[in-house]
Design a protein around this ligand. Structure first.
Ligand code: SDX
Length: 432
């Protein structure tokens, strides 16, 4: 991992030099190991937003932003989206290999038989207003899981970590569906062990006790593929939040709740909700030039939601797959003339012919089309980011487990450049 043909940093002021080992991964840029920098040079590095900083070693996901490549444990996202399903991809992300038939069967059984919530949690929902944003609800409910599943909070015990991982992956569909049901004033629908993961989720979302509800196979397949596309994505803001919370030894449920809170930001996971709102505000193609002008205006904080990415400087491969799925699902549902889809495609066409976006390599990201599919499936806009959190839970918990297994990892504690007042003495009130 480290070699001696590394890097030498010279302090031009003091003339001091330090040799920094080079870290070489399987693929991607090399890293300079700067762990000895402060001790030998008495300086820190400065990198707000961590644009040039690696926080960990990871074997889970790799992104090549220039080529628009996304791999989970080496497998291209295009192949997983086409040939795998979410639970098989979840196994791959968690354990590093595709499951054999026995592992596949055991994993699915384990997830299926952990999908119910401790019945007291039923009452926990009732503390929320019915009109509470579902992200606020699931953030609270997931954090509260530490109070109901205390027996799987020993972060130093791999077996305890695995039980917590299963519980989180298995229960997130129930937690998200119940947050939606609660907002609708409808009774909770319990998990059905005969159904697949995506089918069970749609059933809990849309079934009622009054009649049988069989989710359409088209929607089940579309939901399963959407979950695959959102499963993990290197050290994004919410995953880094989960790792940082976990580095203090916090219990897995608190760490995933922290990830949900970070994902809720419009610059991150709730961009899918913001894209739909933005498309609705635009309303028609003749307003696109005005919106593009606002997005380009430096004095306007407005941004074209669903566009741009910290890593991808090419098309987000997930957006490509999502765009294709969008057209297929809408066609299947007889909604191919959905005005929002046509508006989104025209907005994409115009933006990608505008030098402002082209020169900054701003392409559609995973959130640009996902909202249109979700809306067509009957998912309310306010629940879009809950879907993202449901899927990303497998990535978060896999990265959290990887952090605990990494001997290099210690509590995260960044330093700073202090720009405040120099030391000074207290002035009594009557002297101010
Ligand atoms: C996700 O990190 C991940 O992997 C996240 C994610 C995952 O799976 O976990 O992929 C999921 O969060 C996708 C991103 C969803 N967010 C949005 O769609 C919100 C809109 N996008 C932007 O806010 C922005 O593009 C970010 C936050 C996604 C990335 O911002 P960066 O990397 O900090 O880029 P930047 O702000 O430095 O922008 C570079 C330039 C700036 O202009 P200049 O200063 O060079 O003149 O591009 C401009 C920005 O103003 N710019 C945009 C823009 N995004 C960047 N201008 C208009 N509209 C935009 N959307």
């Amino acid at each position: 991992m480290s070699t001696n043909d590394g890097f030498t940093l010279t302090d031009n002021k003091s003339g001091k030099k330090v040799d920094l080992p080079r870290m070489i991964g399987t693929v991607g840029p090399d890293l300079a190991d700067i762990r000895t920098l402060y001790g030998s040079m008495d300086i820190f590095t400065y990198d707000p937003g961590f644009t040039s900083t690696g926080s960990c070693k990871s074997a889970i996901t790799y992104i090549d932003g220039d080529q628009g490549i996304l791999l989970h444990r080496g497998y291209p996202i295009e192949q997983l989206a086409e040939k795998s399903d979410f639970l098989e991809t979840a196994y791959l992300i968690l354990y590093g290999e595709l499951p054999n038939p026995e592992q596949n069967k055991a994993f699915r059984k384990n997830v299926t038989y952990h999908s119910m919530l401790q019945d007291q949690m039923n009452y926990f929902y009732r503390g929320f207003r019915r009109d509470a944003h579902p992200m606020a609800v699931i953030c609270g409910v997931v954090g509260a899981m530490a109070a109901f599943y205390h027996d799987s909070t020993n972060v130093n015990d791999p077996a305890s970590r695995e039980v917590a991982s299963f519980r989180l992956i298995a229960k997130m569909p129930t937690i998200v569906a119940w947050a939606y049901k609660y907002s609708q004033g409808q009774p909770f629908i319990y998990p059905n062990n005969k159904m697949s993961y995506a089918e069970n989720f749609l059933h809990m979302m849309f079934a009622t006790p009054c009649e049988e509800y069989v989710p359409s196979p088209v929607l089940v397949k579309a939901m399963d593929r959407l979950l695959i596309l959102h499963a993990d994505h290197e050290q994004n803001a919410s995953t880094s939040t989960v790792r940082l919370a976990g580095s203090s030894g916090a219990n897995p449920f608190a760490c995933i709740a922290a990830g949900i809170a970070s994902l809720w930001g419009p610059a991150h996971g709730s961009a899918n909700e913001a894209v739909l709102q933005q498309l609705r505000e635009i309303g028609s193609v003749d307003r696109i030039p005005e919106i593009i002008a606002r997005a380009k205006d430096k004095d306007d904080p407005f941004r074209l939601m669903g566009f741009g990415h910290r890593v991808y400087k090419n098309y987000d491969p997930r957006a490509k797959i999502m765009g294709q799925a969008c057209k297929e699902v809408l066609k299947e549902l007889g909604k191919e003339d959905e005005p929002l889809l046509k508006l989104a495609m025209e907005l994409e066409r115009i933006a990608l012919s505008d030098d402002y976006f082209v020169s900054r390599k701003l392409f559609p990201n995973v959130d640009f089309y996902s909202g249109i599919i979700l809306q067509a499936m009957g998912i309310p806009t306010s629940a879009f980011t809950c879907l993202f959190a449901l899927a990303r839970t497998v990535g978060w918990i896999a990265q959290w487990n990887e952090m605990h297994e990494d001997k290099d990892q210690k509590i995260g504690r960044p330093r700073q450049l202090y720009v405040g007042a120099p030391q000074r003495d207290y002035t009594p009130l009557d002297k101010r």
